[in-house]
Design a binder for this molecule. Structure first.
Ligand SMILES: O=C(CO)[C@H](O)[C@H](O)COP(=O)(O)O
Length: 264
């Protein structure tokens, strides 16, 4: 886990530490929600390894994306779905941002809808992050807050979303392109001419950018976004996380729902 220079854990090393800590919560026989992204993949690999050595048995997983399904299959985790298992024992997933109340931004990898469905159906949802994901308020990283929209009339839906936030100083909005999905970037108008990014559900994503993060009542803002016809879901995960496992350079911090996050 040390960098070649011996300068402490790398960011990927921190992600692995958080993921392995979360997998300690997995028990034989559980139905698991399988997250998406460069942090969650460490959890998938670890669960697969524990299944192979017989330390875990009879675990089934519900992937939150086609990508997670492929990674889980490669790791040897048996897959199921929400129809067969509408109640999930434990979901483990990364996040793009975590605020002091454990609200999240997710979906910069494009999988927010299935993630929210699976994690919302979970008895326990454990978020795994390295310390770079902590923000004072959602959107404060200046990176995308995603909204999944149906392709039909997407430009009208985008206009309505723009109108919702047109009084917010420094607000920007754009349709996500295939070129930018790799890691949702800061706002850059020049990329807007390439092909739209298409989600696993065959929808588009409109990314919202807030210079200073989202101020105001997040639940109210969530309701306003969801009320726009054409919007399927957004990437703010409010009150869904049961706990967040934060891997810092100086050790791991576990923050449970309703507990205060100190030093963020
Ligand atoms: O929401 C997600 C994908 O849609 C991911 O959980 C989120 O983007 C975090 O990814 P990573 O662990 O690679 O930083």
């Amino acid at each position: 886990m040390l960098t070649p220079q011996g300068g402490g854990p790398s960011q990927d090393g921190l992600k692995r530490v958080a993921a392995h800590r979360a997998v300690e919560l997995v028990r034989s026989g559980m139905v698991l929600g399988l997250g998406t992204g460069s942090t969650a993949v460490h959890a998938l690999d670890r669960i697969g390894a524990l299944l192979r050595t017989g330390h875990l048995r009879d675990v089934v997983g519900i992937p939150t994306s086609e990508w997670a399904a492929a990674c889980a299959a490669a790791a040897g985790i048996p897959l199921t779905d929400l129809n067969a298992h509408p109640v999930v024992d434990l979901s483990i997933d990364g996040a793009d941002e975590v605020d002091p109340a454990l609200n999240l931004v997710k979906g910069r990898g494009g999988s927010l809808l299935r993630e929210k469905m699976v994690e919302g159906a979970s008895r326990r949802f454990v978020v795994i992050v390295d310390e770079s994901k902590l923000v004072p308020r959602l959107g404060a990283s200046g990176l995308a807050v995603p909204v999944e929209v149906i392709p039909f009339g997407w430009a009208l839906t985008l206009r309505r979303l723009r109108t919702l936030f047109d009084r917010v100083p420094g607000f920007n909005i754009k349709l996500r392109t295939a070129a930018t999905n790799a890691k949702a970037s800061a706002f850059d108008e020049s990329e807007s001419k390439s092909e739209p990014f298409v989600t696993d559900n065959k929808n588009y994503i409109v990314d919202l950018f807030f210079e200073d993060g989202i101020h105001g009542d997040l639940n109210l803002i969530s309701d306003e976004i969801l009320r726009i016809t054409g919007v399927i879901e957004h990437g703010m995960f409010l009150g869904l996380a049961s706990s967040v496992i934060i891997a810092r350079k100086d050790g791991v911090v576990v923050v449970d729902k309703a507990a205060k996050v100190n030093g963020m």
